[in-house]
Write a protein that binds this ligand. Structure first.
Ligand SMILES: Cc1ncc(COP(=O)(O)O)c(C=O)c1O
Length: 381
């Protein structure tokens, strides 16, 4: 079965009781038991719910994986993975992670003795040196990264982590399973903030971890239940609903983003455009090798100072100034003061994230309207 068919049918069978084509929302906290501990596979919704199972089946199949565990958010999913570690363990991570991922390692888990070190995962040799030097248990890779769209070679890095007995997790939120499948490239675990493209409509928060490792699946289910990282039945139902149109949405996101990237690349007020689909991107060859498309995020350094950048952000009419990304509507974000404010300025600038950077989550609106909006906003500064 091909991707768009799987997204609609796998895990989404008509209801056996009533024939309802769309599975109902199981809004229940608990389940009837015929005798103590005799039930139909569910006992309490913190531990499991048919809506979780349906979405898990769809997401596992879209990532070509065997198992999935859904969580309350993308950070809930990260929390789920870290909760399988122990004090003294060290995690290496990409040096341009989503700000909240950086924060959870540096402000929460460091207090429990789990150590974190950022490295430049674009450089495969630097990854091998860091793995040898720091002896991590886990490498946390984000590719493309948020917000600088850095690309790391998943297959080459998986070879290194396997050689050294290190587990590899890939945050695949930006690419989505439609454009990139890290398990096929050797990753051990794939993570998504399903809040973004997978839900796709900016109306739900969620996360997932997908793996082929049954032992890890059991650990993640146990952690979710024990720590209380479960989503709600309604949220998982809504996510499954959004997911059905992922293939068509991603085609349009990528098409629009490519046009915006090309348009901005030639604009006199632009210093630099970050988009993995441009042949000028630093790691374009790797992006082309491991991705089937380049998704919908474009980040831009304008020839503007901080005040001018802020003024520009107030001039959009179609793009909405807001955190998050991956919904059908176009959003614009100022990472340094919004999504990545939790990373100290010095640390941000080391990885190339300066105050002037603006991130566009290009939606699926008409491309002419999007271009006109950018053009008129730029004219006003
Ligand atoms: C790449 C990436 N990973 C993880 C997360 C965290 O997801 P959530 O906001 O669903 O907790 C985000 C949120 O922006 C993200 O961009």
């Amino acid at each position: 079965m091909k991707f768009s068919t799987k997204a609609i049918h796998i895990g989404q069978k008509p209801d056996k009781e009533t024939g309802a084509v769309i599975p109902p929302i199981y809004m229940t906290s608990t389940y009837y038991q015929e005798a103590p501990a005799v039930h139909k596979g569910y006992d309490y919704t913190r531990a499991g719910n048919p809506n979780f199972s349906n979405l898990e089946e769809t997401l596992a199949s879209l990532e070509n994986g065997k198992y999935a565990t859904v969580f309350s958010s993308g950070l809930g999913a990260t929390n789920g993975i870290i909760s399988t570690l122990k004090s003294g363990d060290l995690v290496l991570g990409t040096n341009d992670l989503y700000g909240g991922t950086y924060r959870i390692f540096n402000k929460i888990y460091n207090n429990f003795g789990i150590l974190f070190k950022s490295i430049d995962t674009q450089d495969v040799n630097a990854v091998e040196d860091a793995v040898k030097k720091h002896k991590p248990v886990l490498l946390f890779l984000e590719t493309p990264t948020n917000p600088l769209l850095k690309i790391s070679d998943i297959e080459a890095i998986a070879e290194i982590t396997h050689k050294h007995g290190v587990k590899l997790v890939v945050d695949n939120t930006f690419a989505t399973p439609y454009f990139q499948n890290p398990l096929d490239l050797g990753a051990d675990y794939v993570l998504h903030s399903t809040t973004k493209y997978i839900g796709g409509h900016s109306d739900v928060i969620g996360g997932v971890v997908i793996t082929n490792d049954k032992e890890m699946k059991d650990k993640l289910d146990f952690v979710r239940m024990s720590v209380g990282l479960n989503p709600s039945p309604f949220d998982t139902w809504l996510t499954a609903r959004g997911l059905k149109t992922l293939a068509v949405r991603m085609e349009r996101h990528a098409e629009n983003a490519m046009q915006i990237a090309k348009y901005l690349q030639n604009h006199p007020k632009v210093e630099r455009v970050f988009y993995p689909g441009l042949s000028t991107h630093k790691n374009y060859e790797i992006a082309e090798k491991q991705m089937k498309g380049f998704s919908g995020i474009v980040s831009v350094e304008f020839k503007l100072n901080l005040n001018e950048s802020k003024k520009l952000l107030s001039k959009f009419n179609v793009f909405t100034l807001a955190e998050s990304l991956g919904g059908i509507e176009s959003l614009v974000d100022h990472p340094a003061s919004m999504t990545h404010a939790s990373i100290p300025k010095e640390e941000r600038e080391k990885s190339g994230l300066f105050d002037g950077l603006i991130r566009f989550s290009v939606g699926i609106e008409n491309i002419e309207d999007l271009k006109k909006d950018i053009e008129s906003a730029l004219k006003a500064v």
